[in-house]
Design a protein around this ligand. Structure first.
Ligand SMILES: Nc1ncnc2c1ncn2[C@@H]1O[C@H](COP(=O)(O)OP(=O)(O)OP(=O)(O)O)[C@@H](O)[C@H]1O
Ligand SMILES: [Mg+2]
Length: 413
């Protein structure tokens, strides 16, 4: 009879097998379960490997054949697999299918061998007793059920491993593609740097020469200034792309970053470039320190405060406020302005490289500042987001860790 205990135990084994993610864990579960379900003195987990029976694992009162490989024709697990049936031997020394010399050093007197995947065996579960014993019909049924569940578990693990392999392979391919694209971008940007600078210089020279020659033509000087403007734009674009490549390779050097002081400094420097404008700039007194790379965080603040200054260009006076909300493990800093704002529906697009929500005519720009900023925040395991309303201003919020421990734990997550 199957006792309720056995039944409960079998259910537990099914659960364990369904969670197994490697052949090793399956063998460990099965050898223990086989022994327990049949009150055996030993159990082995045998796998068919190139026409050999490989005794992969065992759990027994004395050593059996763990690690051994025997030809399929000369051992009882092989017999069970070749004949696709369970075999019970009450007295192993009275049965000529048993290689007696291999059993003599062991405690085994009787055994049952159960094939795994009966229709096309891939292995077998051996159970052994130190006395002459015939397992009951129920014990044999339990063993066969265990073998059937093992089949499913092995197939699951194989599928899982295949999937994992495929994912790893795809990830490696993607990483390879990303690297070559990055190298390509880097080399193109590098190659473009010199000619773009030359165009700028030559246009400058041409303008000077025209002045010297007293050549004054409104249309020509208009074209010249547009040429210069475009060349400067391209120069900034190339510099931005190079910055990107540099940032990926850059190794963070983290310290406590005095955010309040840094934001004040960056804001004042940038505002000094606009003496003609009225910009009310304030940094909250309680803006706390962050933990990160001061150089990169300065760059992120330059981009965000720079944007706030730029996109409030048509507001008089402009208001720019830096604040912070302290959360459990990180601080959420914010930069709000009362500028042009944008349509909230496109808020995620802003962080894509070269994506701009305003035309060059309205506000000049390359469209790289925010994607660089996002990458800087990502390197600190932080997040950045934007909210805005057209014509009413925008708020950018980003998070930074508060301590080295938080940064490490976020990075490893
Ligand atoms: N404070 C802001 N208010 C309104 N729109 C903004 C603000 N900051 C960014 N944007 C929008 O997001 C877009 C992307 O910003 P990003 O800083 O990446 O590029 P940019 O300012 O256009 O050029 P640059 O690369 O020179 O910084 C901008 O073109 C603008 O449309
Ligand atoms: Mg910008």
């Amino acid at each position: 009879m199957n006792t309720p205990d056995n039944f409960e135990y079998l259910v537990q084994v099914v659960q364990e097998l369904s969670l197994a993610r490697s052949l090793d864990s399956i063998t460990a579960i099965v050898r223990t379960a086989a022994r327990k379900l049949t009150h055996a003195d030993g159990a082995t987990f045998v796998l068919l490997d190139n026409n050999k029976c490989y005794y992969a694992d065992e759990d027994a009162i004395g050593p059996l054949w763990k690690g051994g490989r025997f030809p399929i024709e000369s051992c009882i697990s092989g017999w069970s697999m070749l004949n696709k049936q369970q075999v019970v031997i009450e007295d192993i020394y009275a049965d000529n299918r048993i290689p007696h010399d291999l059993y003599e050093p062991t405690f085994v007197k009787s055994l049952a061998m159960t094939p795994i995947r009966k229709s096309d065996p891939i292995g077998a579960i051996g159970t052994y007793w130190a006395t002459k014993r015939l397992p009951s019909a129920n014990e044999l049924t339990l063993l066969q059920s265990l073998a059937d569940m093992t089949t499913v578990a092995i197939e699951n693990v194989n599928l899982y491993l295949e999937l994992e392999n495929r994912v790893n392979q795809r990830t490696a391919e993607l990483e390879e593609a990303r690297k070559s694209l990055e190298a390509y971008t880097h080399s193109i940007s590098h190659d473009l740097k010199a000619p773009v600078r030359s165009i700028r210089l030559l246009t400058d020279l041409l303008a000077e020469r025209m002045l010297e020659l007293n050549f004054r033509d409104v249309e020509v000087s208009n074209i010249m200034s547009r040429m210069l403007n475009r060349a400067e734009h391209m120069d900034a674009l190339v510099a931005g792309l190079l910055n990107f490549a540099r940032l990926r390779k850059y190794k963070l050097s983290c310290t406590h970053v005095p955010m309040r002081q840094l934001a004040e400094e960056v804001g004042r420097e940038l505002i000094d470039h606009h003496p003609e404008r009225t910009i009310h700039f304030s940094v909250g007194k309680d803006v706390p320190d962050a933990w990160g790379d001061a150089l990169l965080i300065r760059q992120a603040l330059q981009n965000l405060i720079g944007n706030a200054i730029k996109y409030t260009g048509k507001k008089d006076p402009a208001h720019i406020e830096i604040g912070c909300e302290v959360r459990d493990d990180f601080n959420q800093y914010s930069i709000s302005d009362n500028g042009a704002g944008f349509n909230q529906a496109y808020a995620d697009k802003l962080f894509e490289t070269f994506h701009r929500l305003h035309s060059d005519k309205e506000f000049d720009g390359i469209g790289i500042g925010l994607s660089l900023t996002k990458q800087i925040i990502n390197r600190h395991s932080g997040k950045i987001e934007a909210t805005a309303k057209v014509n009413e201003g925008a708020t950018f919020r980003f998070t930074l860790p508060t301590s080295p421990a938080v940064l490490t734990s976020l990075t490893n997550r």
